[in-house]
Write a protein that binds this ligand. Structure first.
Ligand SMILES: Cc1cc2nc3c(=O)[nH]c(=O)nc-3n(C[C@H](O)[C@H](O)[C@H](O)COP(=O)(O)OP(=O)(O)OC[C@H]3O[C@@H](n4cnc5c(N)ncnc54)[C@H](O)[C@@H]3O)c2cc1C
Length: 491
C-alpha cells in the first residue's frame, strides 16, 4: 500500500509533535506523523494513568523494558515528554555559542529566544506552585543560599545559582507534547497521525528519498512525500538513517546494509549527562512531613536545583546540576511512610562521547547504545563530578538540610565505586549532529538538512552537537519550532 503527502514526519515524540502541528497550520500542506508507539487519542482522560501522573516516572510505554537505565526512552505519541520529569530549564550563553558556530546565526541565544517563548506558552509551562515544595525542597533552597548561591531564573540563561525549574504539570497531570501540540491540530483534515507505525527504512534514488517504509500492525506501507523529516530521538534517528544506508560505510556493510551515503558522523558523538545520587538518612520528622505531603497528593520528588561550576567550566557559566530529592525511590519501593532522601550531582557538559550502532538491519533488534560515561582521556568529567560531590557534601552539611537528614561522605569513593553508581539525567543528544560543511563528522546543516540527500532532514535532540547545560526538553521544543520555520521557508 502506498500513500502520498507533502511532508512525512517520522517519530511522534517531542520534536515530532511540534513539527506536525506547525507544518499542518497551512491547510494547503498535507502532513503525516508516524509514531511507533500507541496514539491514545485526543482525550487526555482516556490515557493510561501512569502517563498522566506527573508525580512519578512511568515505565510502561518504553522501547526496551528491563534494559539498562540509560537506554530508557518512550515509545508513545508525545515521546519522552510522556514519561519524563516535567522539568524545563534553559542552557547557558556558552551553549548557544557552540550551536551557533556549528549551525549558524539562527542558533544564537537571541535568535532562539522567541522559539523558546513559543514552546513555553504552548506547553503551558509555569513556576512551581508553593504547595508543591516539600520540607526537603524548601530546606535545600535555604541551604543553597547559605552556601552563597544567588537566586536565578532556571528558564533563562545567566550564571550559576539556585532556583526552581519551569514545569508542565498541571495539578498533577503531565501535560505532554502530544496534548500541548496536537490538541487543536488533530482536527485538521490535512494532518494524518499514524500510531503503532514503525519506520523501518527510507528508500533512496539519485540522492533523493523516494519513500518511507513503515510497518503498521505487521503490514508494510510505503509513505511518499516531497520532504521527509526524521524525529525519532537521539537513539532512533541515527538508527533509521543507518538502516537506510546513510552512515559510516564500513559499519553498514558489517551488518549487511548497502551504503547509500557515507556519513561517518551518524551514530557518533552521543552525549548524555551522567550523575551520582548520594543517599542520606531522613529523620522521622522528614519522613512524617513527606508522608503528609503524599496524603495530600502533592509529593514531588524534586522541585529545586543548583547550577554550579566545576574546575573546567568557562567563566560565568555552569556545568553541574546539584539536585536534592526526597520521596519514593525512582526504582524499587520502601515500606509505607518511609522515603528516600538525598542529593545528586549531574555532569551537564560532559567531554565524553558515546555511540549508537545497529546490531542488525531489523528495526526490532535492540540498538547497541554505549554512552561511554567518564571516558574522556583527560579525565575532566571525573574531576568535575568529584567537584560536584564536594558541593553535595557541603549542601548536606548546611543548617537547613542537616536538620532533616544525615549521612555521607561520598568523596572517599574510589573511581570504580563512583562509576558503578553512575546514573543518567536522560538527556541524550548529538548522534546526527549539525556542523559546518567542512566538518567531516557533521550529519546535518543548521536547517537540519542531511548531507548528500536532497529532501531529508533530521529535527530532534540528535542534531544538537553539544548538550546544553540544562534539561533538554525545552531546547528540543525550541529547536523543533525553529526547524519547522526553516521547512516552511524552503517551500
Ligand atoms: C525518563 C526520562 C526523564 C526525562 N526527564 C526530563 C525532564 O524532566 N526535563 C527535560 O527537559 N527533559 C527530560 N528528559 C529528556 C526529554 O524527554 C528529551 O530531551 C525529549 O523527549 C527529546 O525529544 P525527541 O523528540 O528528540 O525524542 P523523543 O521525545 O524521545 O521522541 C522520539 C519518538 O520517536 C519514536 N520513534 C523512534 N523510532 C521510531 C521509528 N523507527 N518509527 C516511528 N517512531 C519512532 C519514539 O517512539 C518516540 O515517540 C527525560 C527523558 C527521559 C527518557
Amino acid at each position: 500500500m502506498t500513500r502520498g503527502f507533502d511532508i512525512v514526519v517520522l517519530g511522534g515524540g517531542v520534536a515530532g509533535c511540534v513539527l506536525a502541528s506547525r507544518l499542518s497550520e497551512d491547510p494547503g500542506r498535507t502532513v503525516c506523523l508516524v509514531e511507533a508507539g500507541p496514539d491514545y487519542g485526543p482525550d487526555h482522560r482516556a490515557w493510561p494513568q501512569g502517563l498522566r501522573d506527573a508525580h512519578a516516572l512511568p515505565r510502561d510505554d518504553i522501547w526496551e523494558r528491563g534494559a539498562e537505565v540509560h537506554r530508557i526512552r518512550a515509545r508513545v505519541l508525545g515521546g519522552s515528554s510522556c514519561v519524563n520529569g516535567c522539568w524545563h530549564t534553559w542552557g547557558s550563553a556558552h551553549d548557544h555559542q557552540e550551536w551557533e558556530s556549528a549551525g549558524g546565526p539562527a542558533w544564537s541565544a537571541a535568535a532562539m529566544a522567541p522559539y523558546r517563548q513559543k514552546a513555553v506558552e504552548q506547553m503551558r509551562l509555569r513556576a512551581v506552585p508553593d504547595r508543591e515544595f516539600s520540607d526537603w525542597a524548601r530546606a535545600a533552597l535555604a541551604g543553597a543560599r547559605e552556601l552563597g548561591y544567588r537566586d536565578v531564573d532556571m528558564g533563562a540563561p545567566g550564571g550559576p545559582g539556585c532556583g526552581t525549574p519551569l514545569i508542565n504539570a498541571l495539578d498533577g497531570l503531565r501535560w505532554n507534547a502530544a496534548f500541548a501540540y496536537l490538541e487543536q491540530a488533530r482536527g485538521r483534515a490535512n494532518l494524518t497521525i499514524l500510531g503503532g507505525a514503525t519506520a523501518d527504512r527510507l528508500s533512496m534514488r539519485d540522492g533523493r528519498i523516494t519513500g518511507a517504509e513503515v510497518v503498521v500492525d505487521g503490514r508494510r506501507e510505503t509513505l511518499r512525500a516531497d520532504t521527509y523529516l526524521v524525529a525519532c530521538g537521539a537513539f532512533g534517528s541515527p538508527a533509521l538513517l543507518l538502516r537506510s544506508g546513510i552512515g559510516p560505510a564500513d559499519q553498514l556493510r558489517a551488518v549487511g546494509i548497502r551504503p547509500e551515503v557515507d556519513l561517518p558522523g551518524v551514530g557518533t558523538n552521543l552525549t548524555d549527562q551522567p550523575g551520582v545520587f548520594v543517599p542520606l538518612t531522613p529523620t522521622d520528622h522528614l519522613n512524617a512531613a513527606l508522608s503528609a505531603k503524599e496524603r495530600a497528593g502533592e509529593l514531588y520528588v524534586s522541585r529545586m536545583l543548583i547550577r554550579a561550576a566545576g574546575p573546567h567550566c568557562p567563566e560565568g557559566s555552569w556545568d553541574l546540576h546539584i539536585l536534592p530529592s526526597a520521596g519514593d525511590p525512582l526504582f524499587g519501593s520502601l515500606p509505607e511512610g518511609q522515603y528516600e532522601a538525598g542529593i545528586s550531582a549531574f555532569l551537564m557538559k560532559p567531554a565524553s562521547r558515546g555511540t549508537v550502532r545497529l546490531r542488525s538491519a531489523d528495526p526490532d533488534t535492540p540498538l547497541d547504545i554505549d554512552p561511554a560515561f567518564l571516558s574522556d582521556p583527560e579525565g575532566r568529567d571525573l574531576a568535575t563530578l568529584r567537584h560536584g560531590l564536594e558541593i553535595v557534601e557541603r549542601l548536606a552539611a548546611t543548617t537547613a538540610l542537616k536538620a532533616l537528614a544525615s549521612g555521607l561522605p561520598s568523596r572517599d569513593l574510589t573511581d570504580d565505586e563512583l562509576r558503578a553508581r553512575l546514573g543518567t539525567y536522560w538527556h541524550p543528544v548529538g548522534t546526527c549532529a549539525m556542523g559546518h560543511p567542512d566538518d567531516p563528522s557533521a550529519v546535518v546543516d543548521g536547517a537540519g538538512r542531511v548531507r548528500g540527500v536532497d529532501n531529508l532532514r533530521v529535527a530532534d535532540a540528535s542534531v544538537l552537537p553539544t548538550v546544553p547545560a540544562a534539561n533538554t526538553q525545552l531546547s528540543v521544543l525550541a529547536l523543533a519550532e525553529l526547524l519547522a520555520d526553516t521547512v516552511k521557508e524552503a517551500r
